[in-house]
Design a binder for this molecule. Structure first.
Ligand SMILES: Cc1cc2nc3c(=O)[nH]c(=O)nc-3n(C[C@H](O)[C@H](O)[C@H](O)COP(=O)(O)OP(=O)(O)OC[C@H]3O[C@@H](n4cnc5c(N)ncnc54)[C@H](O)[C@@H]3O)c2cc1C
Length: 420
């Protein structure tokens, strides 16, 4: 779930910038100049936030509620950057303010740098938000944003009479943020944002109904993680290209690491069709904060849709007898055949005694729905804490309906299986 510390920190930085920018605006600035340069400054601060989030540092996972949330904030911040930059461009005066010495404040090279940076930014945002572009192409093209960041620094550092003529405090704030941003960018570009690599050998590749289980044997030490966390899987070999994120479906403490992979595109299809035991795999992580054991509410509803089962699988596999939570576990799949691990889940539910399992099959018209939950759950809907993982429309729909029924947003925890 998105945590508010990170969002509050972003608002605090922007708030401080607004106060400094309005409070110490040069006398010769018209209100329009102050307002549009302020929007330009906020856009740059949001760009810096986006860059900082790419460092994937654990502290930011804590602040934002997991890496998937950090990338969501990264995307939303990027969209606001685009809007603010366009307003800044349209509104900012194209001639020097009266009383500003043109010799000391040439419009060049600030203006052309700003224009190039804006055009690249708009192209970059268009690419970033376009889901039709394949992930690997998208990833390469997205690197254009690093260039945009440097051009933007060049743009405001040369801004005529805006920040530096009078050593404006808001200008100094932008300089400090650009130093932090450049360090973060270099950190990410050098690949230092990748967590420690743990090597594994593929022990087996098990074909299941519309899913593939990869079982990995550690080469040296075992990878440590918490149930519900995910990791980046790098299959070694030129033909396997970039790392892919998967939730760990085994339990901590097992001597093997397991991932359960659904075919969603070319790479996952290749896993199903071509991956063989004996190959090498690097696993990096763990990431994620989809943790049901931390909340104090012992009445919990877990809802898994299709492959969204994986975080719950790890939780159920690691749960010990005597767990004092009362868990209502809804497992929605297309049909019984596609409800992978259903027998294991039934056996665990029986063994543990604190899990009530509700398998639902959409082929016979059964769906995870809030109105049905209202009838079937042993208590009122707002008595529970909700953990939901599955296809986006299902997660969004359930969240909307739960909120309509009076369940607080803070009671609903979701895991997004996508970064962009
Ligand atoms: C936190 C997290 C946990 C996940 N856990 C599981 C899981 O347990 N089981 C499972 O089957 N799937 C899981 N996924 C989804 C899985 O990562 C994608 O389905 C897979 O990477 C698709 O690759 P593809 O090339 O076959 O498909 P494509 O058609 O290329 O992509 C399908 C979707 O996956 C995204 N994607 C593709 N490649 C990458 C990549 N290298 N890095 C990030 N996103 C990518 C794309 O943006 C697109 O939205 C998880 C995703 C995330 C973000």
């Amino acid at each position: 779930m998105l945590r508010l510390q990170g969002i509050n920190a972003i608002f605090a930085v922007i708030g401080l910038f607004i106060i400094l920018h309005w409070g110490f605006a040069p006398n010769h600035h018209a209100t329009l100049t102050t307002a549009t340069t302020m929007l330009g400054g906020i856009a740059f601060l949001l760009m810096t936030v986006s860059v900082i989030l790419t460092t994937r540092l654990g502290v930011f996972e804590e602040w934002f509620g997991g890496l998937d949330r950090m990338y969501q904030v990264h995307r939303i911040a990027g969209t606001f950057v685009g809007v603010f930059v366009i307003i800044h461009f349209v509104g900012v005066p194209k001639v020097l303010p009266e009383g500003v010495d043109p010799a000391l404040n040439p419009l060049n090279p600030s203006s052309p740098l700003g224009k190039v940076s804006m055009v690249l930014l708009v192209i970059g945002i268009f690419i970033s938000l376009n889901r039709k572009i394949s992930y690997s192409k998208w990833r390469t093209l997205h690197k254009i944003m690093a260039l945009v960041y440097f051009l933007t620094i060049g743009h405001f550092m040369n801004a005529p009479g805006i920040f530096f003529e009078q050593f404006s405090v808001s200008g100094i704030m932008l300089i400090i943020s650009s130093v932090i941003g450049i360090i973060a960018l270099i950190y990410t570009m050098l690949g230092m944002n990748k967590r420690t690599a743990t090597p594994f050998i593929i022990e087996s590749v098990n074909l299941m109904e519309r899913a593939t289980e990869i079982v990995l044997k550690p080469v040296r030490e075992m990878f440590t993680f918490k149930p519900g966390q995910f990791a980046f899987v790098e299959i070694q070999g030129k033909e396997w290209s970039e790392p892919h994120p998967f939730t760990i479906s085994s339990a901590p403490g097992e001597d093997r690491l397991r991932f359960t992979v659904k075919v969603s595109g070319d790479w996952t299809r290749k896993v199903r069709e071509e991956l063989k035991p004996g190959g090498e795999v690097i696993v990096r992580g763990p990431y994620g904060r989809f943790d049901a054991s931390k909340v104090s509410n012992k009445k919990q509803v877990w809802i898994a849709g299709g492959i969204g089962l994986t975080p719950f699988l790890s939780k159920i596999r690691s749960m010990e007898a005597g767990d004092d939570r009362q868990i209502q576990f809804v497992y929605a799949a297309r049909n019984e055949k596609e409800a992978i691990f259903l027998d294991e889940l039934k056996a665990r539910a029986k063994e543990l005694g604190n899990i009530t399992l509700y398998p639902l099959f959409s082929d016979i018209g059964e769906f995870a729905r809030v109105d049905i939950a209202k009838e079937r759950l042993p208590d009122a809907l707002d008595a529970f804490e909700y953990f939901i993982c599955g296809p986006k429309p299902m997660v969004d729909g359930l969240m909307k309906d739960l909120k309509k029924e009076g369940v607080q947003r803070s009671q609903i925890h979701t895991e997004a299986f996508e970064f962009r």
